[in-house]
Design a protein around this ligand. Sequence first.
Ligand SMILES: [Ca+2]
Length: 437
Amino acid sequence: MLADNVGTGDLSCFGGSVETPRLDRLAAEGMRLNNFNTEAQCTPTRGAILTGRMPIRTGTFRVPLPGEPGDYGLSTWEYTLADLLSDAGYATACFGKWHLGDVAGRLPTDQGFDEWWGITESSDEAAYTSHRLYPDEWPVPQIKEAVRGGEAQEVAPFDLESRPLMDQQITERTIGFIERSASAGKPFFAYVPFTNLHPPMISHPDFDNGQGDYQSNVTELDARAGQILDAIDDAGVSDNTIVVWASDNAAGEGFGGSNAPWRGWFGGGWEGSIRAPAMIRWPGHVPEGAVSDRIVATYDWFTTLAALVGEDDRIPVDRPIDGVDMAEFMTGLREESGREHFVFIGSDGEPISVKWKDLKVHFREAMTGAWSSPLVKHQIPAVYDLADDPGETNDLMVSELTLGWAVRAAMIPLIALQQSAAEYPHVPPGAEFNGYA
Ligand SMILES: [Ca+2]
């Protein structure tokens, strides 16, 4: 289950102000990740989760803008987690927001999923047709569905009427898929990218809790996770089902959410832009009540889940894979995640900041809290020690000037990426790609 733009401070199990009893219980039954590092926008995180590769490598490092010529999203040459699990005999389905390509050949059913229902782009499209100037002759955003090998069909307009009902429908379809798969004795992979809490935020009529649309939608998101968890229980497969719940980015400024205790908002280089809530449950395997501050990245799910289900020999060897196998870490066999660095690349494809252990080096800084903020390059990188300065308030290059060596530590993964790209050039956004010679 992948939430959209939900901040750490939005869930009560992370110390947030909205009660999220089902997610709190899920976290308590497994491992809560305090240092889960996401990508710069919706598209990059999704590309990274599904391929195990840094979005800069797969041409998915930013969302496409409306009207931009050419295709975007993942090349079908990419080997997704759905491809891997499908090849391993799993039924695979995607219900919800795709955002990794909107043309035939780049839809979920072209990328390893047997079935799909949802939107190709992002939730903001729900508001397009309600604007007084949206041209009548322009396409009306659609909810679509497809099965593998078939053409995508338009189901209904995606607009302000259907927007608040999306996560209900995503949940109902997920539950149906779980029931069908479990009763057939078929292993299954359900990828469930919810539409909440991406604007436009409109409360579902059943979940208006009087605290405003944002809080109401957090409540709904929690309840939807609960309904899916209940379905797994009812199907009798809880002990044999790995559940991962994560957000794709932090909360954005001005939309009502919270990234507390981290500084900043989605779109910059502060921890409040990078860290998002995440948790994993697998009864009898992932230790109950575990909480970790170790660094985990979006692309680590690919390698880790492949290893947890014993299918890691299917991980491609003909391309750089950035994910670390964290199976031993997530099953409590080791304390270290195996990742010391996290490189945060902006939506322009250039690094913003690099985390190494507790030290954080900022090469650039967002000028405002807005997700669209300009990024400005520092003359000299800023360095923060997250161990005693988690709020990133004391730039040690200014206050002490004894941590220049931290920049060297931050350069290691950047140089490694550059060298790797010389051998395996990045796939440009939207490019047809057929592999490395
Ligand atoms: Ca997002």
